[in-house]
Design a protein around this ligand. Structure first.
Ligand SMILES: Cc1ncc(COP(=O)(O)O)c(C=O)c1O
Length: 394
């Protein structure tokens, strides 16, 4: 009775189905291996934890944090962008702390669009994007990410008169693990600028990169008409701390600040101090965490390929995105896998129609556990056997 049209427009998460299936697996005594949610199992940098601990005993951290109190984190964010990507950002006008990138995106869409505006959204995509678009009342146009194009969108194939208010991109990508180079972002920025479209780049996997690969920033194309969302959830394993930042176009950042001013008071100062310390740490520390995910990738890939599943070798992120030959209902399959083996995967359909036929593994367990999970999958049929009809009632 009290749910608004807006609330009703937010799609229900497939993950609640998975949660229920895992509950049944536990009740049946199965040993559960949860690879469904991309929440890092590694510890945050100890320096960040120390900063937070010290802050909790510092009474000056207890008050509501005002904008001026966010200056150290804004400066640390600008310094990180300069050091890591060669991007010059004004810490006063072009950066704003977030309570995570997810919060940032939802409020940014409210800040820069009006109901009925058009959002060009990748399919498949991180599922909360759809909820954020529904809350903002946006008209979503799906942008297919196809394996044959390396899961990069083909902007040039879109109708010449299409002028979306926002284009949302995310590389390294969830769920496909695809990466994009600086030339791709330069082209996307030019495409947007020619149409008066704001480019939002969601960049939580910026440091979860493997080998010699370094992810670029969309802001390398200049901040005008671009906002990039950064998060410490994956790069510094601080998902539960809920902290990140938005950087880019001064007008869009100011609009975001206005909307957030009606909603929150910025993250707790202790969290801001922890994030400030984390962003100032030498970059190689972040890559040590990434190495752990690379080892896991290398353990799981051969096991999946042996089963005949199609998986590209990702250069970044914490996922394997596998095309399962013959799979037509990934949600039913993932539920059956969870119930019968205790292994929780993300069904590709959870990320949009373009994800059907795929499943996503979050590399959030040690290599041996991942291989064990793959072994259990081999026991499950791709499609459920047809129900046996009870002849006496026919
Ligand atoms: C693409 C993408 N954006 C945003 C988030 C959430 O980031 P945060 O924890 O900063 O809200 C995730 C988490 O999985 C993600 O995959």
């Amino acid at each position: 009775m009290w749910a608004s049209q807006r609330a009703q427009g937010v799609p229900t998460s497939v993950f609640s189905l998975m949660d229920a299936a895992l509950g049944r697996a536990r009740a049946a005594g199965l040993n559960v291996i949860d690879l469904s949610i991309g929440s890092s199992d590694l510890a945050p940098p100890v320096q960040a934890l120390d900063a937070l601990r010290d802050a909790t005993h510092d009474p000056s951290s207890y008050r509501y944090p005002l904008f001026s109190d966010t200056r150290p984190l804004r400066e640390a964010a600008a310094a990180y962008l300069g050091r890591r990507f060669g991007v010059q950002i004004d810490a006063e006008r072009e950066v704003l702390p977030l309570i995570g990138a997810q919060e940032g995106l939802a409020h940014l869409l409210l800040a820069v669009t009006d109901p009925g505006d058009t959002l060009l959204l990748p399919d498949p995509c991180y599922p909360p994007y759809l909820g954020a678009a529904a809350v903002a009342g946006l008209n979503v146009i799906p942008l297919p990410l196809l394996p044959e194009r390396g899961f990069l969108p083909d902007l040039e194939s879109l109708p010449a008169d299409l002028r979306p208010r926002v284009l949302l991109l995310n590389y390294p990508n969830n769920p496909t693990s695809a990466v994009a180079d600086a030339a791709f972002f330069a082209e996307a920025a030019a495409w947007c600028r020619a149409r008066g479209t704001l480019l939002i780049h969601d960049h939580p996997y910026a440091e979860l990169t493997f080998g010699d690969y370094h992810a670029p920033s969309a802001l390398e194309a200049g901040p005008d008409g671009i906002v990039e969302l950064h998060s410490l959830s994956k790069t510094h394993h601080m998902g539960g701390f809920r902290v990140g930042f938005a950087a880019g176009d001064a007008g869009a950042i100011a609009a975001l600040g206005r909307v957030k001013g009606a909603v929150d008071f910025h993250p707790y100062l202790g969290i801001q101090r922890a994030a400030t310390v984390a962003l100032g740490l030498p970059d190689h520390l972040g890559r040590e965490g990434a190495k752990v995910f690379q080892e896991r990738r290398d353990a799981l890939l051969p096991a999946l390929r042996e089963m005949g599943w199609g998986v590209q070798t990702p250069q970044a992120s914490m996922y394997l995105w596998a095309r399962v030959p013959g799979l037509t209902d990934s949600v039913a399959y993932a539920v059956r896998v969870a119930e019968t083996t205790g292994v929780a995967l993300s069904p590709g359909r959870a990320f949009g129609p373009g994800g059907e036929g795929f499943v996503r593994f979050a590399l959030v367990q040690p290599p041996g556990v991942l291989v064990e999970a793959a072994g259990r999958l081999g026991e499950v049929e791709l499609t459920a056997p047809a129900p046996v009809l009870n002849q006496t009632h026919s």
